[in-house]
Design a protein around this ligand. Structure first.
Ligand code: OGA
Ligand code: MN
Length: 295
């Protein structure tokens, strides 16, 4: 027997896409992500994500299942190597939090202290991440996003030339034990976890698989070196690229409000947690959508 096509698709939601006055980012106003999106609505959201890099959905009331279901519209979900911080019953959700309960951190407390693209250390990095605010501090806790396409576009021609065909190595443990983490509880990785985070090699400049735009794809959190360059040249070049890649004009600063869900494109931008005072509680739920092999 043939499968029966659904008789009704979800009703159209009337929502607006309002770009921010910044290099990237837009707010989607008037959408309810708890309801399934029909194909036309989904196509508008998808297009806005490609056009703006960061989408902000305010005031969403989502169960973990609904958060996961919306994320799944964009692709397979990636399960984070730090299993101890996955939401019970929902391993697709990774908890980012500075909260300690009964002496145990409930989530990764120091995620994003350096500029990074999520999972750039994997052979198949992430398409995008959806971070959903659960508990926010009264001060601090903003997240910064920097367009790496704007960064690439504004590189001097000779640097663009130099980067042509160059590849870089990325490693999850590149800065895992960095001194900035002194005093925070960072779990020691087991041999099994270490085996799951072998270094990956990616082009320094990647072409976005959906828009065709070029963007820088190195970051100070996970990139260890550029291949086929003497170590000092690689270090100096990366340092210059990191400085350039986070210039203020490429940045959108997100100030979190209760029940925000923010969906960004890891293929097009890098992001940074600015952090909050350690006595204030902050807890977020993240899903991470798998992308493709960078080229
Ligand atoms: C992340 C991340 C930054 C923040 O969730 O991937 O980097 O401000 N978060 O929580
Ligand atoms: Mn991140």
């Amino acid at each position: 027997m043939n499968a029966v096509a659904p008789l009704f698709s979800a009703p159209t939601q009337s929502f607006e896409i309002r770009p921010f006055n910044a290099a990237l980012g837009a707010e989607i106003v008037g959408i309810d992500l708890a309801r399934p999106l029909n194909d036309a609505d989904f196509a508008r959201v998808h297009r806005a994500h490609l056009d703006h890099g960061v989408l902000v959905f305010r005031d969403q009331q989502l169960t973990p299942e609904q958060h996961i279901a919306f994320s799944r519209r964009f692709g397979e979900l990636q399960i984070h190597v730090l299993r101890q911080f996955l939401l019970a019953g929902h391993p697709e959700i990774f908890i980012i939090s500075n909260v300690i309960e009964n002496g145990q951190p409930v989530g990764l407390g120091d995620a994003g202290k350096f500029w990074h693209s999520d999972l750039s250390y994997k052979d198949i990095p992430s398409l995008g991440s959806m971070l959903y605010a659960q508990e926010l501090p009264a001060e601090g806790g903003d997240t910064l996003f920097a367009s790496q396409q704007a960064a690439y576009d504004t590189l001097p021609a000779e640097v663009k030339k130099l980067l042509e065909g160059k590849r870089a190595a990325h490693s999850y443990v590149a800065r895992y034990n960095d001194e900035v983490f002194a005093g925070v509880q960072r779990p020691t990785l087991t041999a099994e976890q270490l085996a799951q985070v072998k270094p990956a090699i990616h082009p320094v400049v990647r072409t976005h698989p959906e828009t065709g735009r070029k963007g820088l794809f190195v970051n100070e959190n996970f990139t260890t070196h550029i291949l086929d360059l003497p170590a000092d040249e690689s270090r100096d070049l990366l340092k210059e690229l990191y400085t350039h890649s986070a210039r203020p004009e490429f940045i959108y600063r997100h100030q979190w409000q209760a029940n925000d869900l923010v969906f960004w494109d890891n293929r097009a931008l890098i992001h940074l947690a600015t952090g909050c005072p350690s006595h204030l509680r902050r807890r977020m739920h993240r899903t991470t959508i798998q992308g493709d092999v960078p080229f």
